[in-house]
Design a protein around this ligand. Structure first.
Ligand code: NCD
Ligand code: ZN
Length: 359
């Protein structure tokens, strides 16, 4: 049995408030625990989006009642909420800025709207950018101009990882995360994921070329974090005429990465660094006491929708043979998951920003 720290996922779409038919604070945090993740950072593109004190309270009320693992909630950057968002910084996971096409209403195209956020948001909390390709380059320039850290969400392209490397060599404060689907899938896998329904392979950023995927693996040392971008939509929605982009990922990230470990493509210390040490540093997260997971490295099995806790009812990795299974999760001294069963109640999870000091 391999013992690892409780893992941290800095990019999760919980869907509550507003779209609980896809997921809610209960099912998302059950999926997290089953996946070996004990802390999630929740994205603000809910309905309504989380962008001020009252919408933040909506998310907190649902999370307080239902969450089974620990969490923090991002605030979304809108066209005129820079001062408000900054005033809420110590309650939030960080500020999320949507600068490229995505799911939901939060998107800032005009760079003049980025400026007040970069001016006002406290520098000891990160600004997370959804920014692809040249938009990412603009985001990194903002980090340099305003001399503050930015974290680039879900990088997927060779040009992105190379530019981040170059920026960091020049002292610009930029960190990044990569998602399993951009490490294990490329455009070439689209027919296999689709099963005749093109919407199933829709995700932002889109699946990239084999060359991009290879570049991410080759530059693993540039990647600070692994994040799921768990973006659940129901199978019915994915198979509709207007399919929303996004893949679920909380329950598949660790088995996929452990399979890469078993193939010597990744080492356990890298996994710990990118799913625990670095997210704690970048997002300023407390040390959870008496929290760990136990994993059977040799368990081989097939990924199956039927075994998942997420409400969305599908996975792009259906039928994949993986090696490495979460057997037990201990969260703050209590066994939260063991042998396929969730053992903590709704409401056990804590808002880590509401606590002073370590958990
Ligand atoms: C995300 C979603 O569904 O909320 N979709 C996605 O394809 N990643 C939105 C996002 O993360 O941009
Ligand atoms: Zn996302």
């Amino acid at each position: 049995m391999l013992k690892l720290p409780g893992l941290i996922d800095p990019h999760v779409h919980v869907r509550e408030p507003g779209q609980t038919h896809k997921e809610d604070w209960d099912t998302a945090t059950q999926a997290a625990l089953a996946g070996g993740i004990t802390m999630i950072l929740a994205m603000p593109n809910t309905k309504p989006p989380i962008f001020d004190a009252s919408t933040l309270e909506l998310a907190f009320a649902a999370a307080k009642q239902k969450a089974r693992c620990d969490y923090a909630q991002f605030i979304g950057a809108g066209p005129d909420n820079a001062a408000m968002a900054a005033s809420l910084a110590d309650k939030a996971a960080g500020l999320k800025m949507y600068l490229d096409s995505t799911f939901g209403e939060l998107r800032l195209d005009d760079m003049a709207l980025w400026m007040p956020h970069f001016e006002k948001y406290p520098k000891d909390f990160p600004i997370v950018l959804h920014s692809e390709s040249r938009t990412m380059a603009a985001g990194i320039l903002f980090a340099a101009i305003y001399d503050r850290p930015v974290h680039i969400a879900h990088i997927s392209l060779k040009e992105e990882v190379l530019l981040i490397k170059a920026a960091r060599e020049r002292g610009i404060k930029v960190t990044c995360e990569v998602c399993p689907h951009h490490l294990f899938l490329s455009k070439e896998d689209i027919p296999a994921i689709s099963h005749g329904h093109p919407g199933r392979s829709e995700v932002r950023p889109r699946l990239a070329t084999k060359e991009d995927v290879d570049a991410l693996w080759e530059n693993m040392d540039v990647i600070d974090c692994f994040a799921t971008d768990h973006a659940p939509h129901t199978l019915e929605e994915k198979d509709s005429d207007n399919p929303p982009p996004g893949f679920p990922g909380l329950e598949t990230i660790l088995p996929l990465l452990l399979t890469a470990v078993s193939e010597s493509r990744l080492a356990i210390p890298d996994l710990i660094e990118k799913m625990y040490t670095n997210p704690r540093k970048i997002f300023n997260l407390p040390e959870p006491g008496e929290t760990w997971i136990e994993v059977d490295e040799n368990a081989e099995y097939e990924i199956k929708t039927a075994n998942q806790f997420t409400r969305c009812g599908w996975t792009p990795f259906e039928g994949w043979k993986v090696k490495g299974k979460v057997r037990k999760v201990v969260l703050r001294g209590t066994t939260a998951f063991e042998n396929g069963k969730i053992l903590v109640e709704q409401g056990y999870g804590k808002d880590i920003r509401s606590l002073k000091g370590d958990l």
